[in-house]
Design a protein around this ligand. Structure first.
Ligand code: PBG
Length: 305
């Protein structure tokens, strides 16, 4: 009765990795309990998760082929587009979000296009990202979620979607995304680790909080509908500041490394996994997040039921 914060399954979004093939369901070694799924198995898995109370998913494609510019990301028949169509067919009320970023599609693993010297080229990346978002919207995605951190990509995506009559497609921008060591297991899962250098020229430095507010402000002005802080637990202060300052829905990404740490300690019998999961998710809600993107979404939804 006196609890100030609550956790409900509909506040949780479940990230999933789509791979080519059929009947594929392969556990990701650095993310126990998370699987590489082909479209057919993904649909079955999500149907079962729906029965457990999961109401939204975030899709990542792990494509077979990559190229220098990641053009296959914008293919209207990409793995993600196929998965969106298949999910919407069987679960029309499921909220389907798609990650928009080039790193899993480029041979070099960076989130945008590179110069010959290997520097990231911000503006030439925007068109590619906008095309990727459009392909997802055409497939029926409710939400497109740009995670690349190029400047101006929210405006570019909004403009492209509006021109093509997808004005009601929601943009959830990874607005304050830090260059974090906690993405390690994800990069194994998405085969998206940069082949050289790091992401520090486009993702944020852990020392900066004011800059995060500026990043969020830019995305809001460019037309973001939901803004995200990522990672979550190491950046609860950023979630809190964003909550105080902006009245848009705020999402927080409880990322792969944050999940893997709990899993690993639990496997050793050093921590009570369920309790640690619930406490982590509650803390992220208490800091001010409306939506939590977490690999624990299904387990937490079950627990809450
Ligand atoms: C793609 C992307 C990353 C994550 C989500 N989208 C990795 C990165 O930026 O290197 C990380 C998610 C996680 O760790 O769970 N840019």
């Amino acid at each position: 009765m006196v609890a100030e914060t609550s956790l409900e399954p509909q506040k949780l979004m479940w990230p999933l990795f789509v791979v080519p093939g059929e009947k594929v369901r392969q556990e990701i070694s650095s993310l126990p309990g998370v699987f590489h799924l082909s479209v057919d198995t993904l649909v079955k898995e999500v149907q079962a998760a729906w029965d457990d109370g999961v109401r939204s998913v975030l899709l990542f494609g792990v494509p077979e082929t990559k190229d220098v510019k990641g053009v296959s990301a914008a293919d209207e028949n990409s793995l993600v587009a196929q998965a969106v169509r298949a999910l919407k067919k069987v679960l029309p009320d499921l909220i389907v979000a798609t990650d928009v970023c080039l790193c899993a599609y480029t041979t070099h693993g960076h989130c945008g296009v590179l110069s010959e010297q290997g520097d990231i080229l911000n503006d030439p990346s925007l068109e590619l990202l906008a095309n990727m978002a459009l392909a997802h919207a055409k497939a029926g995605a409710d939400i497109v979620a740009p995670s690349d951190m190029m400047d101006g990509r929210v405006a570019a995506i909004r403009q492209k979607l509006d021109e093509q009559d997808f004005s009601s497609t929601i943009i959830m921008s990874y607005a304050a995304k830090y260059a974090s060591s906690f993405y390690g297991p994800f990069r194994d899962a998405a085969h998206s680790a940069p082949s050289h250098g790091d992401r520090k020229s486009y993702q944020m430095h852990a020392a900066n909080a004011k800059e995060a507010m500026r990043e969020i402000e830019c995305d809001v002005q460019e037309g973001a509908d939901i803004v995200m802080v990522k990672p979550a637990l190491a950046y609860l202060d950023i979630i809190h500041r964003a909550r105080e300052r902006f009245d848009l829905p705020i999402a927080a990404y409880h990322v792969s490394g944050e999940y893997a740490m709990v899993k690993a300690a639990a496997a050793k019998g050093w921590i009570d996994e369920r309790a640690a999961m619930m406490e982590s998710l509650m803390a992220i809600r208490r800091a001010g997040a409306d939506i939590i993107i977490t690999y624990y979404a299904r387990e937490a939804a079950k627990q809450l039921a």
